[in-house]
Design a protein around this ligand. Structure first.
Ligand SMILES: Nc1ncnc2c1ncn2[C@@H]1O[C@H](COP(=O)(O)OP(=O)(O)O)[C@@H](O)[C@H]1O
Ligand SMILES: [Mg+2]
Length: 193
């Protein structure tokens, strides 16, 4: 665990997004940097550290064809353990339901959903495809926030999984929400098959 900031502050450029779990900035010429942010991290800081540590090997194992290289740096901030993620910048856009009409994308979606189902069977985890906005309002946004399209190729830009079977102690409200999100996602994924 680094005691000093493990990233170069001077490389941090414009803010790209304040999303459900991270605040994202351009970093240097062709990377992004993500810092944990928002209610989920406030509920339990230790949880989010454990979560990211345990999920990374699963993402690498099941989604190797789709991941965008990323590195997690752990360090101390205000005497608390925290982390940041440095990832290649992806020049693309988020996947929309209508992209299914493209046979190349449809074939990759099939592979992606199959990989997710395999991981669910073997580990109890699922990839978080949609993002909160789409989980609630898919009928408006009709897409997946965490799946990007780059030249007809699917890329997973997020690194978060969800599991109802997690041993990690989470607050009751959060557990209820996770259970709902898993069911909701399963239903929405049927549209993409
Ligand atoms: N590697 C990347 N390249 C380009 N944009 C990115 C990248 N990673 C994240 N973003 C942008 O930041 C948003 C939030 O990033 P994400 O990793 O999904 O954070 P969260 O964990 O909060 O959902 C994405 O929806 C996307 O618009
Ligand atoms: Mg996301």
């Amino acid at each position: 665990m680094n005691k000093e900031t493990p990233y170069n502050k001077e490389k941090i450029k414009q803010r790209l997004a304040v999303s459900g779990e991270h605040i994202v900035y351009r970093y240097g010429k062709d990377q992004v940097i993500k810092f944990p942010y928002g209610p989920i991290h406030l509920v339990d800081k230790r949880d989010s550290l454990n979560k990211i540590k345990s999920e990374t090997p699963l993402i690498k194992k099941y989604f190797s064809d789709f991941i965008v290289a990323y590195e997690i740096l752990f360090y101390q901030k205000n005497k608390q353990k925290t982390y940041c993620i440095i990832q290649d910048f992806v020049k693309g856009r988020s996947l929309k339901l209508k992209d299914k009409k493209n046979p190349q994308i449809k074939a990759q979606l099939k592979k992606l959903i199959k990989a997710n189902e395999k991981m669910a069977r073997q580990t109890g985890y699922v990839f978080e495809f949609f993002g909160i906005k789409n989980l609630f309002f898919h009928f408006i946004f009709k897409g997946m926030d965490n799946v990007f399209i780059v030249k007809d190729k699917i890329k997973l830009i997020d690194h978060g999984l969800i599991s109802s079977q997690t041993k990690i102690t989470r607050s009751f409200i959060l557990r209820l929400f996770i259970r709902w999100a898993i069911k909701r996602q399963k239903k929405l994924l049927n549209y993409y098959k």
